[in-house]
Design a protein around this ligand. Sequence first.
Ligand SMILES: O=c1ccn([C@H]2C[C@H](O)[C@@H](CO)O2)c(=O)[nH]1
Ligand SMILES: [Zn+2]
Length: 132
Amino acid sequence: MDMQTLLNQAIEARKKAYTPYSNFQVGAAVLTKDHHVFQGCNIENASYGLANCAERTAIFKAVSEGKKEIDTIVVVADTEGPVSPCGACRQVMAEFCDKDTKIILANLNGEMMETIIDELLPGFFSSKDLTK
Ligand SMILES: O=c1ccn([C@H]2C[C@H](O)[C@@H](CO)O2)c(=O)[nH]1
Ligand SMILES: [Zn+2]
């Protein structure tokens, strides 16, 4: 699957964002290594802290359908530069991204950057840290 197609799926997912509190819509698309796509949007709550970000929605959809191996994640928002995932999402990405998983951060103006989890969250906490 080409990047533009996956970006378009993230842009489509963004239209479903439920954001009455922030009015900041985000979309995401996860391409699994076995070529399935899971879309996600951010979903807010009157109890503000319960908001679920778009990228976590997409990752959790994939994992809950038994797809844990991620090839690419695209995240898009209407930001000045490419959207910057929050710390919680970076940690969740770290759980399911390998060192080569492509993480594409984009905005609606067509700006894009490609990164990897080691750049987004250097020294992330992982299962390795649970054993001494
Ligand atoms: O990468 C990001 C950054 C923020 N948000 C959401 C959380 C909240 O609903 C709104 C404002 O923070 O944007 C995401 O979904 N993804
Ligand atoms: Zn987040």
